[in-house]
Design a protein around this ligand. Sequence first.
Ligand SMILES: *[C@@H]1O[C@H](CO)[C@@H](O)[C@H](O)[C@H]1NC(C)=O
Ligand SMILES: *[C@@H]1O[C@H](CO)[C@@H](O)[C@H](O)[C@H]1NC(C)=O
Ligand SMILES: *[C@@H]1O[C@H](CO)[C@@H](O)[C@H](O)[C@H]1NC(C)=O
Length: 628
Amino acid sequence: MIWSSLLLLLAHYAVAWQHTDDDFMSFRTLPDVKAVKFDIEHLDRDRTSPGYWFVSPYLRIAPDGPTGVFEGFQIGPHIYDQEGRLVWTGSPMFDNRNVFDFKAINSIGNETYISLIQQYTFDGSHKGYGLVLDSSFQTVRKVPLREDLGSFDIHEFNVLDNGRTAVVTVYLTEDIDLTAFNRPTERTSLEIGGFAELDLVTAEVLHEWKSYDQVPLAETVHYSKWSKVEGPPGWDYVHINSVDKNAAGDYLLSMRFTNTIYLVSGADGRILWRLGGQRNGDFDQDFSFSKQHDAKFLSSEGTHHVISLLNNASDEEFSEEDISSALIIEIETGTTPMTARVLRRYNRPDGDLTRLRGNAQVLPDKNMFVCWSQGGYISEFTEDGELVMSARFTSPRFSNYRAYKFEFTGRPTIPPDMVAAVHATDDTNLVTTIWVSWNGATEVDVWRFYARRSQFDEPVYVGNATKHDFETIFIARGYLDWITAEAVDREGNVLGSSNIHRTDFPNWHFVGWMGFGGIPKPQDPGRMYPNGDGIPDEKVIDLSPTASSDDGTARAQVIKATQLLSKTQETVRSIGGVFTLILLLAMMSGIMAGYMLIRGWRVCSYQQVRLEEGLPDEETRLWRSHDD
Ligand SMILES: *[C@@H]1O[C@H](CO)[C@@H](O)[C@H](O)[C@H]1NC(C)=O
Ligand SMILES: *[C@@H]1O[C@H](CO)[C@@H](O)[C@H](O)[C@H]1NC(C)=O
Ligand SMILES: *[C@@H]1O[C@H](CO)[C@@H](O)[C@H](O)[C@H]1NC(C)=O
């Protein structure tokens, strides 16, 4: 009895700790990348706002040591479309490190930019940066925090003022005495919350503010008269987690451990008002909130402000309400008393509490996009609160601090990535499969494919495929080599071309090559696709030495099967790279098996195959042709 319970318990833990990689997408063209997958529920697709999701999954919030490195490119900044298809992964660009507050900026001139925080390293070798990238994913700003302000905090990198400045949150440690808690003889380390406004060109600190002068210890809900003193970094007594600025030059701060939102004067650093908190703030208000995140101005004019925030209403220790929500709050400071009213409330759709992080973003069409953080849970509501979409990572082990939705046009300057491979069992069924992707390109509609007889020959057009997913597969008749792909947008403009790629080939002996006249060599695409319309000349293809009259029907079968294969890959393209590949390979073996059956089995005895590992591609190829 005890044993069986124990076994059950063990089995439970085995399940809990064991992870396969079915929660990732992977791609033939970017073999190192594993992008987290989403489960998505569209409740009203037509009422979702246009745009892409900007997310930066993390496994652990603290920077990973070297042991995390072999987990591959899973974390960091990612853009997805609304069907959960990958659009861009920036994981390789950021060293496999955590990235936060990853978003697009549509407020600088006419161009779209991207901003993000690259987290400090686990060993302190660098303290992190705020980065601005352009729409080709090139870094245009990489701003460190002034040395004495500590590490670049992960909460906020809020680019303002047409891209000239950014406000960031700051954490600093000071040593204080506890007179405020009637313990004048005792001292503790205290984590001060603050913010800094940085010049994005010079990294100079233009403005800074620290909580300790303005927010007394008594405002914290996290420490009390009885709390034990601590060494550095000390009591995190305010936990600042967002900062925004209005046109008047005042700063809106959210502090999670005082349950308070503050407006701080840009002129003299005074606190102009407090919303919420231990002493119920300065407002007559019709709602409560706690442990809030991401307080942002939606509008701010004179005495009238509208702000949004995420009220997670709970933390690791306490729950003040039963459900987390995003709130839009109207604040009027010209009346006596000043008032704060909830204009909109968007409850967490699964009725649960967000115990970690999160954010709320009002979209241009007034839809509300919320990240509930844990498990990458996001949802979108119409302005009046109807849930239209909800999604989460298929894997509970990843989370995401803030998620955003933006319209975005990505125009990478690196060329598209490509892999090409030939498959066949004899000369009549040679096909070349081409995988292509272009990390971050949002405008590709169709991929056109070309092959050459050699690198010195002109490209010959061999066909096209509509892009439906991150990676596109195209299957061409014949053994083509020196492949390129060209990205074409909806208007027919060529956006870019891949480099020339050589075609991988299998170990012909292992795949049961049955052709006569030695192992196959790349064919002349000019002869195979003579009309430049991407349609192969079947007569040319049939002119193989193995062709004999009695297996004409078999050949027709193979051609049919190949066509079917091409068609099928169209339908499976959205399912994801690996699965498609498996299916493809399974179908290829099916075709081979079918073909063998039709032609009658030719028993191919196992032969000793020379070891080719270690030879570079080109050398292997030469070596093989000598073997003919
Ligand atoms: C922005 O776009 C407008 C309209 O297309 C154009 O007139 C203006 O010159 C552009 N500004 C910049 C800075 O490119
Ligand atoms: C709210 O988040 C914080 C931490 O991110 C967490 O500690 C707190 O527990 C959660 N509740 C909310 C709302 O934050
Ligand atoms: C793709 O191929 C089809 C069929 O041959 C053709 O009608 C279409 O114009 C091609 N598209 C592009 C962008 O090359």
